[in-house]
Design a protein around this ligand. Structure first.
Ligand SMILES: Cc1cc2nc3c(=O)[nH]c(=O)nc-3n(C[C@H](O)[C@H](O)[C@H](O)COP(=O)(O)O)c2cc1C
Length: 387
């Protein structure tokens, strides 16, 4: 077994194990992928201030997210089709998160259903909702999340329509995969993945099949999915959904200060500054550049969470120091999952935890609450010269 010391190690194994169609799905952004690339490269523009001779004994990364205790402020982001990256992937990721003490967010577009994940875990997880045209379906899935004792609803606002991702269209992405000749040739080289997939019954969208009208097989499922993201979603509907849910509400996909203020009006418990990992509006600001303005606008009134571009504990630290209360990782844990299943997600969390803890110490801070902007060196024009 290779020694894994950084997320990139997991990524390399992930590419060897998982079929191209699914790693392409994970690895791409939309259109030219500018925003996708800048999500990671903009982190590198921020430098850290080294401090010395500060007592570092008794450090802790523990804190809270929407009132829940967490071992570190790094939740697992909702990722569609996780169960195609690795057999029973959602259950494995949720179990790793539970053992580590961080929140797991189950996507609407998951392979394992809400009930299935609830049955195989012992602590509440979070449920991410995409608003669909079919209102009965939406009411029903909110009720299912309540029945499963999900402790927060993460309502995603930045996918009313799907951003175009070239490689998914070219690969004919579907779950289960369509067996075209190129797909079969690629699958033949991924026998470890294939054997595990043959050993599970969970190979379709578990939250949809059997719950949405007219969805009976893979092809009706794919068309229902693409036609059903609701382009009419607006703030009134968000407010109504908050009432329907009645519990903790996290609004995900905020990249603009005005939208952040609207989220306050709705009474969200937290917002996630996110551009969906560069998968939606290509040409939008990287999330880390958008973060400081949003923190200034609403940071004293609502928990500001952050995702898009995090690949290390140093990135987590930078987002926290710029004012995020907490962060999420998407691809960083999917690499671990595809590489080594549950153990790989645990490894990804361990890597990020170690990097966060060590970097925090070398910056002279002992607690998450003690982090602030003055541990960073940020270029004057970091927030951009765009108006
Ligand atoms: C393969 C993949 C699938 C995703 N599916 C969803 C989803 O179903 N719902 C959602 O709200 N966000 C989804 N996202 C976005 C993530 O929740 C998160 O915002 C993003 O991954 C953060 O960027 P990062 O991957 O650079 O950490 C997905 C991201 C990826 C990479």
């Amino acid at each position: 077994m290779p020694v894994i010391t950084e997320i990139e190690d997991l990524r390399r194994i992930y590419h060897r194990r998982v079929p191209r169609m699914f790693y392409d799905y994970c690895e791409t952004g939309s259109w030219t992928q500018q925003t996708f690339r800048e999500n990671t490269s903009d982190f590198a523009d921020i430098r850290l201030r080294q401090r010395v001779a500060v007592d570092m004994e008794g450090r802790s990364t523990a804190t809270t997210m929407v009132g829940e205790d967490v071992a570190m402020p790094v939740a697992l982001a909702p990722v569609g089709m996780t169960g195609m990256q690795c057999a029973d992937g959602e259950i494995k990721a949720a179990r790793a998160a539970e053992k580590f003490g961080v929140p797991y967010t189950l996507s609407t577009m998951s392979i394992c259903s809400i009930e299935d994940v609830a049955e195989h875990t012992t602590k509440p997880f979070w449920f991410q909702l995409y608003v669909m045209r079919d209102e009965e379906y939406v009411a029903n899935i909110i009720q299912r999340a309540k029945d499963a004792k999900c402790s927060a609803l993460v309502l995603t606002l930045d996918l009313q329509i799907l951003g175009q991702r070239h490689r998914d269209l070219k690969n004919g992405l579907s779950a289960p995969p369509k067996l075209t000749i190129p797909t079969m040739m690629n699958l033949a080289t991924k026998w470890g993945w294939g054997l595990e997939m043959l050993g599970t019954k969970r190979r379709q969208f578990g939250n949809i099949v059997g719950h949405a009208k007219g969805v009976t097989d893979a092809s009706s499922l794919m068309s229902w999915t693409h036609e059903n993201f609701d382009p009419r979603l607006n703030w009134d509907r968000v407010k109504a959904l908050k009432e329907q849910w009645g519990g903790k509400l996290i609004l995900k996909g905020i990249l603009d200060e005005e939208d952040a203020r609207r989220a306050l009006d709705v009474g969200a418990d937290a917002i996630v500054v996110s551009n969906h990992g560069g998968r939606q509006l290509d040409g939008a600001l990287s999330a880390i550049r958008a973060l400081p303005g949003i923190v200034r606008a609403v940071g004293d009134q609502v928990e500001v969470h952050f995702d898009s571009g995090i690949r290390s504990g140093q990135d987590v630290l930078k987002a926290l120091a710029l004012g995020a209360r907490a962060t999420y990782i998407g691809r960083a844990y999917i690499y671990g999952l595809g590489a080594m299943g549950e153990a790989g997600v645990t490894r990804a969390l361990e890597v990020i935890h170690k990097e966060l803890d060590t970097t925090m110490a070398l910056c002279g801070r002992k607690t998450i609450e003690g982090l602030s902007r003055d541990i960073l060196l940020v270029p004057d024009d970091f927030e951009g010269k765009w108006t």
